[in-house]
Ligand binder design. Structure first.
Ligand code: API
Length: 284
């Protein structure tokens, strides 16, 4: 019987099973199937996936994120805030500002603590990738995919597609409570126009610095929050002239609020909470 210690953490209800790979040894070949197993609420621990906190050659820590279906994501906003909290509280770093390596590049974290306990984290997520080929989305190359009309299952829709190192497609709705998250989400997630799949977001605009947001995540389905998705939603809303550039925008997700700014310099800043739920030992 093999085992490893874990910490369950969440960002606005988007929870993952975190494993400190500075201390644990798990064969890489098992990462995907273990993510499926630990995510199962009946036979596992229960979460939206598994996140490994790993050594890195270019930063104090590296984040690897696996969705609950076992697929590996290239970025995770809520995960980054929790990794930053963990790294600071477990002395993997000694300063409140530090770099984190992800599969889509380096990001910068800044933690805010109260008596050594991190309560809030700001992540500089870097620049959004806007070209069609960067989302990625099939079709003739374009500098941006903004308010594009597409047909899905015989119905006309308008989409905006943005990558935050992982793919996102945004639909605007008049009433977030009526957004077709569980009907349209899974269909678009696997749409052939997104060769790597896609996270599907629904946004209701309140004003030029406030959005309502729901998500069907690639590889995890409905989650309480999606940090990269909220960043993509703010970028998409600026591109569509619905919110203001370089202005703190409050995004209301099912699990709570994030404050996001797409700065004039081009970077996307995301600030929000990160919380520890429990620790334990998982046997496999
Ligand atoms: N499902 C995402 C990864 C998790 C992203 C999300 N939980 C976040 O907080 O950004 C993907 O496959 O790209």
């Amino acid at each position: 019987m093999q085992k490893f210690s874990f910490t369950k953490m969440h960002g606005l209800g988007n929870s993952y099973i975190y494993v400190n790979m500075f201390e644990e040894t798990i064969p890489e070949s098992l990462f995907s199937e273990l993510a499926v197993k630990v995510s199962n609420v009946n036979t596992g621990i229960g979460a939206d996936g598994m996140i490994l906190i790993c050594p890195s050659d270019v930063a104090p820590v590296k984040m690897r994120i696996f969705n609950s279906d076992g697929s590996e994501g290239k970025n995770c906003g809520n995960g980054l805030r929790c990794v930053a909290k963990y790294a600071y509280e477990h002395r993997l770093v000694t300063e409140p500002s530090f770099l984190i390596e992800t599969l889509s590049g380096l990001v910068k974290a800044e933690v805010f603590d109260e008596n050594g306990v991190v309560t809030n984290v700001t992540i500089d997520m870097g620049k959004p990738r806007l070209k069609r080929s960067e989302v990625p989305m099939v079709g003739e190359e374009a500098d941006q995919v903004v308010a594009e009309k597409i047909d899905i299952a015989g119905k006309a829709h308008e989409i905006t597609a943005v990558s935050m190192g992982n793919p996102h497609v945004i639909f605007y709705v008049d009433d977030i409570e009526k957004a077709p998250v569980t009907s349209l989400g899974p269909v678009v997630e696997k749409d052939a126009r997104f060769p790597e799949g896609v996270n599907v977001e629904f946004v209701e605009v309140v004003n030029d610095c406030e959005l309502h947001f729901r998500v069907w995540e690639r590889g995890s389905g409905v989650t309480q929050a999606c940090g990269t998705g909220a960043c993509a939603a703010v970028v998409a809303s600026v591109l569509n002239g619905k919110t203001a550039r370089n202005k703190e925008t409050v995004v209301h997700l099912a699990g709570g609020d994030l404050v996001i700014t797409w700065t004039d310099e081009g970077n996307v800043l995301m600030t929000g909470p990160a919380e520890t739920i429990c620790t334990g030992v998982y046997y496999y």
